[in-house]
Write a protein that binds this ligand. Structure first.
Ligand code: DX5
Ligand code: ZN
Length: 217
């Protein structure tokens, strides 16, 4: 799956920017609160408008403090997948259950330096694991290959039937990096600048999907 990130899109024309990547699996929406990360983007009102403007399932990536307070609202509004950060809460299970009770898929994200081992036991409460391959906060950064070991560990558990989970990666994914991520067992690839900084966004999405699928085959 390919999930273009609108972080690199033109925020004044989000409906058009979503339409430009029609056929994508998910549309990745980066919510930043200027506290959990040093950047500020958008929140629930924009997501509600976007839900009316596109049929692509929204993949909301909450880079915010206190996700227990805010995350369920995104699921209630109709976001398909709602991912929050492991580093932002002491009770990730409760947040995941509230997202699911509100009708969404629940995702857990880990920053590049956060180990996955402490969370393996609770991943059965989640539908998605989002492995960050850059420090969250900004688009256009370089891919950190060291995080792929976390993807490999979780992929093995999924393949062994111990977990059912989409393994997603976010940060620095482009034509040069997507294959190594696919080899590590990633099945959903977020791409912001690689998609929105090209003239034909739809064609870029198709090319990235083709590259990843060739590794999976
Ligand atoms: C960064 C965001 C990413 C960002 C990725 O904190 O979570 O989703 O859009 O951008 P690229 O693909 O340009 O690294
Ligand atoms: Zn993101």
């Amino acid at each position: 799956m390919i999930a273009p990130s609108i972080l690199s899109a033109d925020f004044a024309h989000l409906a058009d920017e979503a339409a430009a990547v029609e056929g994508s699996d998910w549309l990745h929406v980066d919510v930043m609160d200027a506290h959990f990360v040093p950047n500020l983007t958008l929140g629930l009102p924009v997501v509600e408008s976007l839900l009316k403007a596109t049929d692509i399932p929204l993949d909301c990536h909450l880079m915010i403090e206190d996700p227990g307070r805010w995350a369920p609202g995104y699921a209630e509004a109709g976001a398909y997948n709602v991912t929050f950060h492991a580093e932002a809460t002491d009770d990730p299970i409760a947040v995941a259950r509230d997202i699911r009770a509100a009708g969404g898929k629940a995702g857990l994200s880990v920053k590049p330096n956060t180990p996955i081992e402490p969370y393996l036991e609770i991943l059965r409460e989640f539908d998605t694991l989002l492995v960050m391959s850059v420090e969250p906060g900004f688009g256009g950064q370089s891919f950190i290959p060291g995080v792929l070991e976390k993807a490999r560990i979780v992929r093995r558990l999924v393949d062994a039937g111990e977990l059912r989970l989409v393994v997603e990666i976010d940060g620095g994914i482009n034509a040069d990096t997507i294959e190594q991520a696919a080899e590590a067992g990633i099945d959903c690839f977020v791409a912001g600048s690689a998609v929105y900084n090209t003239a034909d966004r739809g064609e870029t999405v198709r090319k990235l999907r083709y590259q990843a699928a060739a590794v999976w085959r």
